[in-house]
Design a protein around this ligand. Structure first.
Ligand code: NAD
Length: 474
């Protein structure tokens, strides 16, 4: 290549989850000359990736995966899924770390700090299996300076004549739009040390992405900045959601319309219109965990004011979820006992089957505590996945089992219901026809998350239905 850096021929991606799977499908699709292995210890997940039923739902993912995985007459396959982690590491030039970094739930930093147990175990596997130089790339979201720990582990455990270069290449995809985000990223970050070796390693990774991403969108910077930029991006996105939700509470109490307010402020070019929709609060496996991780980092750096500032973003989100549940109770004359409530949507947002930290979970738990009968329907989350999630998260699972039914259609869920709650803004709930049909089943109150056809304005307001003639007590 004329720049003295190595050309990447084989990639091993450790972690076949929401990030590792789609990312590697896109790389393999766009760079047919690169051999891409996606490895995971979870056998069920790996066999699902090899089957007709991929383990995750993401628009466009099947199309992106099948060609490089199965090949075609004029193109040999170059995307492989395997549980043989070590064999794949040994052969790779470049290794992605795409393992989970969840919030620790016991011990030091419990409830805030990121648990780096999977990062460490994957790093040890790399150190043990590597017999030639490797570029190790952090793709997981990690605390600033994690690369330093990775380097220490690799040099302590790895063979003395094997050299490791460590890069940070955080992933910015959003579930539901992962394939589009990977094909046309706003930017790609590659962080490295500024030594000659570090810069050469970064150049090797730049070449991989330059197969399809315009060069000006590939940004290189220092390792620590790149690690920090991912936490910063998620903190600012979550903060924007909490900010608009904090304003929605004021709007509801004053008669101002939060959607009109959001539209008005979004016209200011400095603010912009995106991520300004009031809602029942953010969910998903990232925002809460990454903001809390930032809070923990600030605490360990003895910056309590900074920690408090970011902690409020998460507090406001919890408040908004509680507020939404209270709203349901007040809409139904302050008692839900034995009333039937349809819960439309269980995924944490539309166009994904992911239910991790979904706001729907806290709504179900509140409804069950109020002794409502809850009828759940989601177009992409099946009954098994819903029950699995509820089993983990219910304060009293026996009650939940007694009170919750998972339905196959929205209409089945709405039959004889007193109210329908839209917990996920799936397109199929956001159209006039559905609204009319749901009302035909039983002229019920529809309490929306945000689809505009249901709400008079705010995601927290509702089209009155039967309540129009007999308003709920305040
Ligand atoms: P995930 O839980 O879906 O996938 C992680 C996978 O890693 C699991 O399948 C697990 O079995 C596997 N794994 C763990 N240890 C392993 C080991 N030693 N060897 C092999 N496999 C191992 O997680 P995810 O949602 O893909 O997230 C991964 C990382 O990416 C996290 O740090 C997350 O914060 C970050 N991230 C996620 C998203 C998102 O939308 N999900 C977006 C950007 C960044």
């Amino acid at each position: 290549n004329g720049h003295g850096h190595k050309q990447v021929k084989r990639i091993c991606c450790i972690g076949a989850g929401y990030v590792g799977g789609p990312t590697c499908a896109v790389i393999a699709n766009k760079a047919p000359h690169i051999h891409v292995d996606v490895v995971d210890l979870n056998e069920k997940r790996i066999s699902a990736w090899k089957s007709d039923h991929l383990p995750i739902y993401e628009p466009g993912l099947v199309e992106m995966t099948v060609l490089p995985r199965d090949g075609s007459p004029d193109r040999p396959p170059n995307l492989f899924f395997t549980t043989d982690v070590k064999a794949s590491i040994t052969k790779a030039d470049l290794i992605f770390l795409c393992v989970a970094t969840p919030t620790k739930y016991t011990g030091i930093g419990s409830g805030r700090a990121a648990d780096l147990v999977y990062i460490e175990s994957a790093t040890r596997m790399i150190a043990e299996a590597a017999t030639s130089d490797k570029i190790v790339v952090e793709k997981s979201t990690v605390p600033c300076k994690t690369a330093a720990s990775i380097r220490e582990i690799l040099s302590a455990v790895g063979k003395p004549d094997v050299h490791f270069d460590i890069l940070s290449n955080p992933e910015f995809l959003a579930e539901g739009t992962a394939i589009r985000n990977l094909e046309q990223p706003d930017r790609l970050l590659i962080g490295s040390l500024t030594t000659d070796r570090g810069l050469r390693a970064a150049a090797s990774l730049v070449d991989v992405y330059a197969e399809w991403v315009p060069r000006e969108r590939i940004v290189t910077m220092h390792l620590w900045s790149s690690e920090m930029a991912k936490l910063a991006a998620n903190a600012l996105l979550a903060q924007r959601i909490s900010s608009i939700n904090a304003l929605s509470a004021i709007c509801e109490s004053t008669g101002a319309d939060i959607d009109e307010v959001a539209y008005a402020v979004g016209l200011d070019k400095r603010i912009g219109p995106k991520m300004l929709k009031s809602s029942v609060g953010f969910g998903g496996s990232c925002f809460r965990k990454d903001v809390l991780n930032l809070v923990y980092i600030a605490q360990t750096l003895h910056l309590p004011e900074v920690a408090t500032y970011w902690e409020q973003v998460v507090e406001m989100n919890e408040y908004q979820k509680q507020r939404f549940s209270k709203r349901i109770v007040s809409c139904l004359y302050t008692t839900l006992t034995d009333k039937r409530v349809a819960l439309l949507g269980f995924a944490y947002k539309k166009d994904t089957g992911d239910t991790r930290e979904s706001a729907a979970i806290s709504i179900v738990n509140s409804l069950v505590a109020e002794k409502a009968d809850v009828r759940i329907y989601d177009p992409k989350v099946d009954a098994d996945a819903i029950w699995m999630e509820l089993q983990w998260t219910s304060p009293n699972f026996a009650d939940t089992q007694k009170r919750v039914t998972v339905c196959k259609t929205a209409y089945e869920a709405c039959e004889d219901a007193h109210a329908a709650v839209i917990a996920t803004e799936w397109d199929e709930f956001n159209n006039k026809d559905t609204e009319v049909h749901i009302r035909e089943v039983n002229g019920l109150a529809v309490i929306g998350r945000s689809p505009s056809s249901y709400s008079t304005g705010s995601g927290m307001q509702f089209s009155n239905g039967t309540l129009e003639t007999s308003p709920a007590p305040k």
